[in-house]
Design a protein around this ligand. Sequence first.
Ligand SMILES: Cc1cc2nc3c(=O)[nH]c(=O)nc-3n(C[C@H](O)[C@H](O)[C@H](O)COP(=O)(O)O)c2cc1C
Length: 310
Amino acid sequence: MSGRVSHTVDMSVKLGELTLRTPVLTASGTFASGREFADFIDLERLGAVVTKGVSLEPWEGSPSPRIAETPSGMLNSIGLQNPGVEAFCEDDLAWLSSVDVPVIVNVSGHTVLEYVSVIERLEVEPRVDAYEINISCPNVDSGGMAFGTACTPAEEVTRACRAATSRPLIVKLSPNVTDIAEIARAVVASGADGVSLINTLLGMAIDIRTFRPKLARIVGGLSGPAIKPVALRMVWQVAGAVDVPVIGMGGITDTEDAVEFMLAGATAISVGTANFVDPTTVMRVTDGLAEFCRTRSIARVSNLTGAMRT
Ligand SMILES: Cc1cc2nc3c(=O)[nH]c(=O)nc-3n(C[C@H](O)[C@H](O)[C@H](O)COP(=O)(O)O)c2cc1C
């Protein structure tokens, strides 16, 4: 534990039944399952590891190129490449068994049945603490974001996942909608214990030397600092619309960003694209949040949640 974290600040937060040591999580798909980061940071100081997206069968992902840099951000069209739930259990979960940190598994599917089948397989794994249901990936042809851009499919997948588990269920929302609060209300009414947002914003880029799109899929998901104001606005809207914990993300790179998300209503925050720039970002933000509270005599970091003054 770093000496900079004051013992006088209570850094714990509650995500429904789950108590986390700190509000700082990793954003799915930017941190694998943590193993690659273990040389740089102490994973046991994280609020939770949120794993990359896991599907029933192995998914190859999208063709390359599938990453493009943009001003203050990046576009990706990875397409949820992953080895499937069986390999995930044998490899990633087995490795995580030696680490004392809550594990939230990000679940993907092309169909409602696939989401449910992934959960059913994971139910027998004691190392899983909660699920994050990704109904917001813009980079797959079926499933993914298709479930997250209208209330009826979002409700359907949430209800089915809810019936498959009594573990905490977090639903990850898409920003590619007109009214994100409406989708948040729909998934909470269907059994979600929490919501996380935002996933990436649909975008594209063209190489003017070749006249070709920079991504093979042409469009992809925009992430990083460029999307922060949009994400913050949506977190504030959703926190005002539902009565469950909100996990906020989208462009968080430093303490100030994290504080803003908590003031807007987030109970916890996730660091995504910033992990690629500096793998110690989560530790900097954790120490920074403790310091921010300590210097202002804020006893509990959870007191920041929704504390924006208007
Ligand atoms: C390369 C990459 C892969 C991602 N993979 C997933 C994923 O598997 N599941 C998911 O729910 N979100 C995924 N995301 C979205 C992030 O978890 C996060 O919601 C988004 O990037 C916004 O946060 P950021 O700006 O801090 O990166 C991915 C993002 C990136 C950049």
